[in-house]
Write a protein that binds this ligand. Structure first.
Ligand code: PMP
Ligand code: GLN
Length: 401
């Protein structure tokens, strides 16, 4: 194989994506979806729904294409969407934003994260505090930016961080505290105490809080609380979200970041040279989605809660110990009784299609190398599938024993 120099290696190393020969490997999500396609197994791996989202949103995109919204959007985003995001933050959380200066549309939450990290990290002395397990893109973007990740562990089954560990992790070297609430892959929702401690530490060490809230409308027990609403947080927090999960439009890649104008400007400075803009006809469609009545938003949470319950019951009946998710698409279960010949959850997940006709994601894909052992038997299952699909997957998993 040729030795190709470049920053790609840092990205791949950050996310643990170099294969044995040193070549870049696909993400765990791409690998597992390909495995599902190849084997015909039920895909409870990658987080996407198997049903379309609201017809109003789909219709608005078709109308936008037919109406000629097919060229570059303005750099910050289509004004109708900027307005709709600001109105959404006001309506759900009481946050007041200037849509022209404090909101930026991005190519999914992924670009918002990458642009934010690249914009705000200034060298190898800068640290990013993350909660481990963490979404794979965090480590890749941190590595690309040359920052050091400082993980704070979340432990099965409640996945709440220890406040003393958190306090030790945040220092004057901390540039960013990267929060994901509701959390992928664990399904945890942080307690009010944890949220308040994050803000206190950020203030004490003058760190910026970056909060990934793509599952903001998929919480099951209490209303979602954005960190930006906490006293002292607004001026130091960038809030990231995405239309993908709320409107079942993961393929549209419409995301956004909002917060203080100077921080948003910094992110824009990088973002404009990553994609410049994207998804012109999808932007007004998502604006229409964000303005849907409350019943839509409570409806998607209630429907996903039923799916979570069915999946949790199915996994328990099959013999897994289950962590009950408080939000997000995902449920984590302990596959320890079923590892048998498999070395760890990654091995287990690679053989699961052959053993039971189901695809899932190992939690080891979301942790740094030295911490794999603590997560070695844990598996993430996606609950965002039709009830009959979850019922069939559960029946298949019962044959594992
Ligand atoms: N953050 C988290 C926690 C996610 O689960 C995902 C996947 N939806 C993303 C970011 C990426 O979102 P998008 O598809 O909008 O880029
Ligand atoms: N967010 C999705 C998940 O966690 C995957 C998105 C992707 O493949 N990049 O499953």
């Amino acid at each position: 194989m040729r030795d190709i120099p470049g920053a790609w290696r840092r990205t791949a190393q950050g996310a643990g994506l170099l294969d044995a020969g040193g070549a870049p490997a696909p993400t765990i999500f791409a690998e597992m979806t390909a495995l599902a396609v190849r084997t015909g197994a039920i895909n409870l791996g990658q987080g996407f729904t198997d049903e379309d989202g609201p017809e109003e949103v789909l219709r608005a995109a078709r109308a936008a294409i037919a109406g000629g919204a097919n060229q570059y959007a303005p750099g910050r985003g289509v004004p109708a969407l900027l307005d709709a995001i600001a109105a959404h933050q006001q309506r759900f959380y009481g946050l007041t934003l200037d849509p022209a200066r404090e909101v930026l549309v991005t190519a999914g939450a992924t670009e918002a994260l990458a642009a934010t990290i690249l914009a705000l990290i200034d060298g190898p002395d800068d640290e990013i505090v993350v909660f481990e397990p963490y979404y794979d893109a965090y480590a890749a973007s941190a590595a690309l930016a040359g920052a050091r990740l400082v993980p704070v562990p979340l432990r099965f089954p409640d996945f709440q961080p220890d406040l003393d560990r958190l306090a030790t992790a945040v220092t004057d070297r901390t540039r960013l505290i990267l929060v994901n609430d509701p959390h992928n892959p664990t399904g945890a929702v942080f307690s009010a105490e944890v949220r308040a401690e994050i803000v206190r530490l950020a203030d004490q060490h003058d760190a910026i809080i970056v909060t990934d809230e793509v599952y903001e409308h998929l919480v099951f027990d209490e209303p979602h609380v954005p960190i930006a609403t906490l006293p002292g947080a607004t001026e130091r927090t960038l809030t990231i979200s995405s239309a993908g999960k709320t409107f079942s439009t993961t393929g549209w890649k419409i995301g956004w970041v909002s917060g203080p104008a100077d921080l948003v400007d910094a992110v824009l400075a990088v973002k404009q040279f990553l994609t410049y803009t994207n998804g012109t006809p999808f932007q007004p469609a998502i604006a229409a989605g964000l303005a849907l009545p409350a019943a839509f938003f409570t409806g998607i949470a209630a429907a996903l809660r039923d799916k979570r319950d069915l999946l949790g019951d199915g996994l328990s009946a099959a013999g897994f110990e289950v962590s009950v998710a408080a939000g997000s698409y995902f449920t984590v279960a302990d596959a320890a009784p079923f590892l048998q010949g498999a070395e760890d959850a990654a091995d287990f997940c690679r053989t699961l299609p052959a053993r039971a006709g189901v695809v899932a994601i190992p939690l080891t894909a979301f942790v740094s190398e030295p911490h794999r052992e603590q997560y070695r038997s844990l598996v993430r299952f996606a609950a965002c599938k039709r009830l009959e699909v979850i019922a069939e997957a559960s029946a298949r998993l019962r044959t594992l024993a």
